[in-house]
Design a protein around this ligand. Structure first.
Ligand SMILES: CC(C)(COP(=O)(O)OP(=O)(O)OC[C@H]1O[C@@H](n2cnc3c(N)ncnc32)[C@H](O)[C@@H]1OP(=O)(O)O)[C@@H](O)C(=O)NCCC(=O)NCCS
Length: 157
């Protein structure tokens, strides 16, 4: 309930309420969704990411207004990225209102890059900025590889 309420008040402001408790609960129960929450007595922040094949979609991220600029948002994304790498994902996608410049600045510090504007993405009334983070190296030319010791024949060593 706290996550749904925070989503309504800090992420969906002015756009209605699509992330209601039932939808949030469905995500938490979904084995392909990673839900990370910070806070014991009250929710200070959360990050919900859906994993599909090689793509992760960061659907919800928020930090309570009183707890911002203390590194919690960054930590939430870093935890999510650790799982995404283990799961073998290639990219993480996220959308935000084009007017949400703080979020854009935040994602840029984590290596996300602008990947285009989606007109009318939010209920046909607001456009979204899509950002993408690549989890794989684009240039593998410098990577050297050696077979594990166990594979080598005695003559090789
Ligand atoms: C975006 C959000 C999750 C960031 O959480 P946070 O815990 O405050 O972020 P962090 O403290 O980890 O910030 C890490 C870095 O991101 C950048 N950053 C964060 N908030 C910023 C802001 N308002 N303006 C500019 N840069 C910002 C800074 O470089 C910051 O490092 P610094 O504090 O050392 O300068 C938080 O502002 C929030 O909940 N916003 C409302 C909901 C939202 O917009 N969610 C994202 C859309 S899906």
């Amino acid at each position: 309930m706290a996550i749904a309420r925070m989503s309504r008040d800090t992420i969906e402001t002015g756009l209605g309420w699509s992330w209601r408790p039932q939808r949030v609960l469905g995500c938490i129960r979904d084995p392909n969704t990673l839900a990370i929450v910070i806070g014991r007595e009250r929710v200070q922040g959360f990050c919900i990411t859906q994993f599909a094949d090689e793509i992760g979609h960061l659907s919800l991220l928020a930090v309570d207004a009183k707890s911002r600029r203390r590194g919690l948002g960054r930590q939430l994304v870093i935890w999510m990225l650790a799982s995404a790498r283990v799961a073998g994902l290639a990219t993480i996608h996220v959308e935000m209102r084009t007017t949400n410049l703080p979020a854009r600045a935040f994602y840029r510090t984590l290596g996300f890059e602008d990947a285009g504007v989606v007109a009318g993405y939010y209920r046909g009334v607001e456009s979204a900025l899509r950002m993408v983070l690549s989890l794989r190296s684009r240039d593998l030319s410098d990577v050297s590889w050696e077979p594990p010791l166990a594979w080598r024949r005695p003559a090789d060593s």
